[in-house]
Design a protein around this ligand. Structure first.
Ligand code: SF4
Length: 517
């Protein structure tokens, strides 16, 4: 119990009854800081509910109740952290919660199901949750919103059982059990009439994969709005394919212009692109520091934040992301200069590959606390790190369409899991070498066919290179197929039997956290 990491057994907080027995004691300064953040989160939630339109939304949508678990979600993600790591984690996760509340408030204002403003709703374009929303950069007077983030993606991270009802509904509707839980949840939400009624029109995509495309097709039936599906081939390294994707992007822009009466604005596009480029440069600096023996921004603090800003799925203003990014960079360099370790002992530097279990966002944090396995970087962070055209010239106007197409085909999940052998397999070994990683924690989404199909190849190639591969099966949004403890057991078994190691914190090997939402 104290200032240092691992100074108390974290497993004793879970007794299978209450979510947690008590709050963690982290020394005076860190406990006080963490407590202030906890109070601030409750403050945000109360402020959110203290708005009539939000209250109506809270009573209209059954999934809203799950947001009460938000403080628990943050506690799980910050567990065991101290000093700079605690600050970084609160900064990034706190930002996500704040933006989520802001975006929900904004959507409820326009929601026709609860008497929202029709004029505002007509200024909105609905987008798929996995879709790159950078296309909105050129439409400063429109709002590209993604109701699925609030009802599915972010919600499952907050509350692990939130999607079960919707997955079951999609299966009753006729979708088979081995289909990915993500499109199934989205579809279940539609069947249950639990989707917000906003937007003038919709933009769909075949991102991330064909399973998603299936879900979108059926969702169209529910929304009954004019829609356009951007369909780009998954052979993303083929230049001819990019030409095709460019045509799709141009057609999507035309569609939005026709439906909303708005015109594409080049000034706004390039201004927003400059912000994204600066964020990318900062992210590249983070990756460089993570290559050293003193990584400062590990996966347990950055993964969700990077997913969200890369896709712009919360429709947040780019400048507010940038403010956070600059602070992250400052803290990172300070920690690096002082040679600070992110955990008591970095025993393994791991690449977290595959799509992670959304219902267990705190898994990389557990790896670090229990076994000293530091997630140096992860698959979803390793999307595009290109710098795109950001000044307004005639050539750049044409280039911009290629840039948007490139971002689109390099969408999160898609480029690595569906983009072919080089991106999904070969790059793994390149990253292991560059970042000096000795372990791969392979998050095996059991319904994600491409990555699952490469199982044997990963094993063989890793064995040749002397890299440890720990397989962690899960079902993305469905904790019934593999629970959090099932995921931990895979790691525990590998560490004890194959590597013969003892945990940094043995109390965390088995914890009863089913009640931790
Ligand atoms: S996890 Fe796999 S199957 Fe599911 S949406 Fe992502 S790429 Fe598609």
């Amino acid at each position: 119990m104290g200032k240092r990491m691992n100074s108390e057994a974290l497993g004793k907080f879970y007794n299978g009854g209450r979510t947690k027995v008590r709050r963690e004691w982290r020394g005076l300064a860190d406990t006080w800081f963490d407590y202030k953040c906890w109070v601030k989160t409750w403050g945000m939630l109360f402020k959110f509910l203290f708005n009539l339109q939000n209250l109506k939304g809270f009573l209209r949508y059954r999934w809203m109740l799950n947001y009460i678990a938000t403080p628990d979600f943050l506690d799980r993600c910050n567990e065991g952290l101290r000093g700079k790591q605690l600050r970084l984690s609160h900064m990034e996760f706190g930002f996500i919660v704040k933006e989520l509340m802001r975006s929900l408030t904004f959507m409820f204002k326009a929601d026709q199901n609860i008497g929202g403003s029709k004029a505002l709703s007509d200024k909105m374009v609905i987008m798929d949750e996995n879709m790159m929303e950078e296309i909105m950069f050129g439409f400063p007077n429109l709002y590209f919103m993604c109701p699925q983030v609030a009802g599915v993606f972010a919600l499952c991270a907050v509350s692990q059982n939130s999607q079960i009802r919707y997955i079951d509904k999609a299966e009753e509707f006729g979708i088979t059990g081995d289909v990915c839980a993500m499109p199934k949840s989205e579809l279940g939400l539609c069947i249950e009439d639990d989707t917000l009624d906003i937007g003038k029109c919709m933009l769909h995509c075949n991102t991330t994969c064909d399973t998603s495309l299936m879900g979108n097709g059926i969702e169209d039936w529910r929304y009954r709005k004019p829609s356009f599906a951007i369909a780009a081939s998954e052979h993303i390294e083929d230049e001819l394919v990019l030409e095709y994707a460019v045509d799709e992007i141009k057609a999507a822009i035309r569609f939005v212009e026709e439906q909303t009466g708005e015109k594409w604005d080049w000034d706004a596009y390039f201004r927003n692109m400059r912000v994204l480029n600066e964020q990318t440069r900062i992210f590249l600096e983070i990756l460089e520091i993570n290559k050293t023996p003193y990584p400062q921004v590990p996966e347990n603090v950055i993964n969700l934040y990077r997913d969200i800003y890369y896709t712009r799925m919360l429709n947040a203003d780019g400048e507010s992301y940038l403010e956070i990014d600059r602070k992250i960079r400052e803290i990172m360099y300070e920690g690096y200069k002082n040679k600070e370790l992110v955990c008591t002992e970095i025993r393994h530097r791991a690449l977290i590959w595959g799509v992670q279990g959304e219902f267990y966002t705190a898994f990389p944090n557990w790896l670090l606390n229990c076994w000293g396995i530091v997630g140096i970087t992860h698959m979803l962070s390793l999307t595009s790190t290109k710098i795109y055209a950001d000044t307004d010239t005639p050539e750049n106007r044409e280039q911009a369409m290629y840039d948007l197409a490139d971002l689109y085909v390099n969408m999160i999940m898609r480029n690595r899991s569906e983009g072919g052998f080089r991106l999904g397999v070969d790059d793994v070994w390149r990253f292991c070498e560059e970042f000096k990683m000795d372990m791969i924690v392979m998050c095996e989404q059991i319904a994600c066919k491409a990555l699952t199909g490469w199982h044997g190849i990963y094993e063989e190639e890793a064995a040749k290179r002397g890299i440890h591969v720990v397989w962690v099966p899960h079902a993305l949004l469905d904790p019934r197929k593999a629970s959090r403890q099932n995921m931990r057991d895979q790691v525990n078994r590998y560490m004890r039997t194959v590597l013969g190691e003892k945990p940094l914190d043995p109390s965390l090997e088995y914890i009863e956290d089913d009640n931790a939402w």
